[in-house]
Design a binder for this molecule. Structure first.
Ligand code: ADP
Ligand code: MG
Length: 287
């Protein structure tokens, strides 16, 4: 679908991306994690051909269509909501009636019915973002590049739009590069997760993803990673007592939710041997 080969980019002599490789197959969704300023938006801009690469190549079939949902919605200020959504269809030569029909379907899907004649300045930031999501889909892209599209939306709406976007992508086999800071989005929708750090893009294992979103547990000045810790009914030199809160089923896995002495809530994978009626300990292991 799209492939970045040894792509490097610097701004004002400062390296932002160094020899980045990334290849997406049809229907494949990857997420990119990374601190603010690590170059995530730059990577998407290069993939969208909105910025030239310094070195390396971006390979893409000429017929592959990419749509880009930017971090801050970039709408045409002189066009109404409906005209904005229908614009990509206008560029494809779709007739006026037909393109407004299609645009209205999307207007409804992103829950903006009734606002079709407003101009962007008459919308909230979240509403503008929904217009840009609708505009990206109307285009029927093969690849969707998304830069934290839900960051400015409230939790409920962001969940609704997540479902909408990822269901549409699945149905139409759309590939996606998805920049996010959200654990749920990473765990639920990505086939693969990457970390962008110091200009390098590296794949992350499931344990690394867990750890990225979880600082780990601190005891006596040492940080223990969650993936090495174990729930047990017996204590040890390096264990801390924890309180059982509840059991939950997430992403196809059963977890125990426990509370640490410092009040921190922790999700731990359920193991058979544990008896929740007995005192529980978290065994901390280095590594
Ligand atoms: P992220 O999206 O991960 O927060 P960005 O890709 O926006 O990071 O930015 C990465 C680095 O590149 C930052 O240090 C930023 O200041 C710099 N940068 C991005 N775009 C430009 C530009 N057009 N001109 C100069 N510096 C830029
Ligand atoms: Mg960014």
């Amino acid at each position: 679908m799209i492939e970045l080969q040894n792509v490097s980019k610097s701004f004002e002599g400062k390296n932002v991306l160094t020899c980045v490789n990334l290849s997406l197959k049809q229907g494949e969704v990857v997420t990119i994690l990374g601190k603010s300023g690590s170059g995530k938006s730059t990577l998407l801009q290069l993939a969208a051909a909105m910025e030239p690469v310094d070195e390396g190549e971006i390979l893409k079939d000429p017929q592959t269509m990419c749509a880009y949902i930017t971090q801050k919605p970039l709408l045409f200020s002189h066009m109404t909501v409906l005209q904005n959504i229908a614009f990509p269809l206008k560029c494809q030569g779709v007739g006026k009636n037909e393109r407004y029909e299609i645009a209205k379907v999307w207007l409804e899907k992103v829950e903006l019915s009734g606002l079709e004649n407003r101009f962007p300045y008459e919308l909230s930031g979240g509403q503008q973002q929904r217009v840009s999501i609708a505009r990206a889909f109307v285009y029927q892209p093969d690849v969707l590049l998304m830069d934290e599209p839900f960051a400015n939306l409230d939790v409920k709406l962001s969940r609704q739009l997540q479902h909408l976007i990822f269901n549409e992508m699945k149905q139409r086999n759309v590939a996606g590069i998805f920049v996010t800071h959200n654990y749920e989005e990473t765990k639920m929708y990505a086939d693969q997760t990457f970390l962008l750090q110091e200009g390098k893009l590296t794949t992350m294992s499931e344990e690394e993803v867990e750890l990225y979103f979880n600082e780990g547990i601190e005891k006596d000045g040492q940080l223990y990673s969650i993936s090495n810790c174990l729930l047990s009914n017996s204590s040890s030199d390096t264990s801390i007592p924890v309180l059982f809160e509840k059991e939950v089923h997430l992403y196809g896995v059963n977890f125990f939710v426990v509370t640490l002495p410092n009040g921190q809530t922790q999700f731990m994978k359920k193991t058979k041997e544990i008896n929740i009626k007995e005192p529980l300990h978290l065994i901390l292991k280095e590594g």
